[in-house]
Design a protein around this ligand. Structure first.
Ligand SMILES: C[S@@+](CC[C@H](N)C(=O)[O-])C[C@H]1O[C@@H](n2cnc3c(N)ncnc32)[C@H](O)[C@@H]1O
Length: 197
């Protein structure tokens, strides 16, 4: 992945490096299936600042197709300006993740990543998003998310359990940066990895 622009805010670099380490350790702990050239969906990606470390953390798995999707056009435009690749097809798209099933040209995904999932904020919306995400995964696929706070992570886990997905790794990030103005919240506080079957 080639990063063409610096990050927009001071401090993002540090958070992204921490996330990269967390992802690398987590992927090696679950021993991802390495047979495939992965197709990756970064769902509700915002600016997708983690694009570089996510792809790097997957090595030795290579990524052949990478798509970021979010409702926010400003964030999608910024991600498009920042990231490019000579090794993989990469796209950022303004769109509703609850409508993935209607986007007929998408491949099935080996890995869906959701950084700072937002289940607590809009549970019914996220129920729909998770249905669509699971349908968009290959049978052998993985869903990986991070969460800002404990209750939201628990709600997400319960929702995935209801869908029959198997939690294969659940990690409290010991290096998560505390958000001083949000009690109990910290950056990439939890990480979970599920398999569809
Ligand atoms: C907590 S932010 C996380 C953004 C980014 N992943 C990050 O960690 O910086 C939640 C994101 O979900 C996006 N979002 C909410 N509902 C969505 C939907 N139905 N489809 C696509 N994106 C959605 C919002 O626009 C927002 O960017």
């Amino acid at each position: 992945m080639i990063q063409r622009l610096p990050f927009s805010y001071e401090g993002i670099d540090g958070d992204i490096q921490q996330l990269g380490d967390l992802l690398k350790n987590s992927f090696s702990a679950v021993d991802l299936n390495t047979d495939e050239n992965f197709s990756v969906l970064n769902l509700a990606c915002g600016r997708a600042d983690e694009t570089g470390v996510l792809v790097e953390a997957l090595v030795p798995v290579s990524v052949g197709f990478y798509l970021g999707i979010d409702l926010r056009s400003d964030a999608i435009q910024e991600a498009t300006r920042r990231w490019t690749s000579t090794d993989c097809e990469i796209h950022f798209m303004e769109g509703n993740a609850a409508m993935l099933g209607r986007m007929k040209t998408l491949p099935e995904f080996d890995l869906i990543f959701i950084r700072h999932q937002n289940y607590w904020h809009e549970p019914m919306v996220w129920e729909g998003i998770l249905d669509e995400a699971i349908s968009a995964m290959k049978p052998s696929g993985y869903l990986v998310c991070t969460s800002y706070f404990d209750l939201e992570h628990d709600l997400f886990k319960a929702s995935m359990r209801e869908r029959g997905a198997k939690l294969i790794l659940n990690v409290r990030n010991a290096h998560s940066r505390v958000l001083p103005d949000a009690d109990g919240k910290s950056v990439d506080r939890w990480l979970g990895i599920w398999q569809k079957t």
